[in-house]
Every structure is written in structure tokens, then in C-alpha cells.
Design a protein around this ligand. Structure first.
Ligand SMILES: *Cc1c(COP(=O)(O)O)cnc(C)c1O
Length: 219
């Protein structure tokens, strides 16, 4: 069987207790796998690539909550704006502005998270702390609901490092909350580090390979 149901049940029961939302990351996986998990009652799925998301959305049940967790290019916002449930990876004011425009066109409020660069690695996208402090007033984006932050820890077996990166993101989240942002979502934690992320205050984890098996290629 393609979906690892035993792992799913185990993860779900642990997360449910802590009121953490599980986003099942289905990138590169076939629609049959998503349908199987859907049939088991799951509704939150995460995808990284716009075209792949559009292809899947077209054939799968309409009550799936699609999370866009990849790097979103401004010229592709228009394709997912009509239906996407939450955009996790917003990393520029230009993207916020385009999302606001497309949300307005679709006559809806578009929920999103600010991606924050917390990893030691250079390659990860996201705002750094200074850029967050200098963000313009987000209330100008009348058709966006900026609900929190998302981050990825270093891909590392150095667990104290990973924990510190999550701690840092939680601190930023709390600071922005205290500063008046209407946040309710802290998206951090993947297959290899979600346990640490939850211990450090995550309330949304994005898990792929533990549920669907290893991917042939990664992003
Ligand atoms: C692929 C991906 C995940 C899931 O990764 P796994 O290690 O398979 O759990 C989570 N978040 C983002 C942003 C991803 O690109």
C-alpha cells in the first residue's frame, strides 16, 4: 500500500492531543495516494509546484484544503488564488501585493503565512529578522489574512541546532503577536524534525515522506 497508514494514525493521534494541524505533503505523489488518505478522513494536503497542484485539484474532491508550501512566483499566483486554502511561503512584499490583487479579483480573502529564514543554510527562502521588523503595514492588503509564520530548520542531524532554530522562530512569532499581528499559525516541522518543532510550539506541521514514502526527487 502506498500510504503508510500506521504512521499516519500514530502521528495524527499525537498531534490531535496537542491541537497541531497535519498538512500531508503530497508533492510528486499520485492522486491515488491523496485519495486514499482523503478516504481515511484527511483534508489538509500540501503541494510545492503550481502546475502539479492545478492538475491534482482538478480531479480530486473539492473539499480538500490545499496548502501551497513551495516557493510561489508572482506570475503564478493567479492560477491558485481562486481555491488555495493557505499559502505558507510568502517571502516578499511584491508577492504579498500580487496575492492581494489576485484575491480581490477572486472576491475572496487569501490566508497566508510569512516565510522566515531560520536555517543556517544559505539556500532557504524567506524573510530575515530585519526584513520582518521593517515590513510595511500589512493592513494595506485588504484581501489578505496574514495568519502567521512558516520556517524550515537546517537539514541537519545536529538536533540542538534544529531546536534552536525552531525556538528562534517561536520567539519571532510571539514578538509579532505581542506587536499586534493577528497570528494563529506557526508552521514548522517536517518528517525528520516535527517532534522537536511541536515541543518548541509549532501548531502546524508539514509531513510528506513519513506518510507517503520517500520521494524520487526532492525540492
Ligand atoms: C517537501 C516539503 C515538506 C515535507 O518534507 P518531508 O521531509 O517529506 O516530510 C515540508 N515542507 C516543505 C516546505 C517542503 O518543501
Amino acid at each position: 500500500m502506498a500510504v503508510h497508514f500506521e504512521a499516519y494514525q500514530k502521528i495524527m493521534s499525537a498531534l490531535r492531543e496537542q491541537q497541531v494541524t497535519l498538512v500531508a505533503v503530497s508533492k510528486t505523489k499520485p492522486v491515488e495516494d491523496i485519495q486514499q488518505l482523503y478516504d481515511a478522513g484527511h483534508r489538509d494536503f500540501g503541494e510545492n509546484y503550481v502546475q502539479e497542484l492545478l492538475d491534482k485539484e482538478a480531479v480530486l474532491p473539492k473539499d480538500i484544503r490545499w496548502h501551497f508550501i513551495g516557493h510561489l512566483q508572482t506570475n503564478k499566483v493567479k492560477y491558485i488564488a481562486p481555491f488555495v486554502h493557505l499559502v505558507h511561503g510568502v517571502d516578499s512584499v511584491k508577492l504579498l501585493s500580487e496575492m492581494d490583487k489576485q484575491a480581490q479579483k477572486n472576491n475572496r480573502i487569501l490566508p497566508c503565512l510569512l516565510q522566515v529564514h531560520i536555517a543556517a543554510e544559505e539556500t532557504k527562502f524567506g524573510f530575515d529578522e530585519q526584513e520582518l521588523v521593517n515590513l510595511p503595514d500589512l493592513s494595506q492588503f485588504k484581501h489578505l489574512a496574514v495568519q502567521g509564520v512558516m520556517g524550515m530548520a537546517s537539514f541537519s542531524s545536529n538536533l540542538p541546532l534544529v531546536r534552536n532554530e525552531f525556538k528562534h522562530l517561536k520567539q519571532l512569532y510571539d514578538k509579532m503577536l505581542a506587536g499586534g499581528y493577528r497570528f494563529n499559525t506557526l508552521s514548522m516541522g517536517m518528517s525528520g524534525d516535527y517532534g522537536i518543532a511541536v515541543e518548541e510550539g509549532s501548531n502546524m506541521v508539514r509531513i510528506g515522506s513519513l506518510l507517503f514514502g520517500e520521494r524520487n526527487y526532492t525540492s
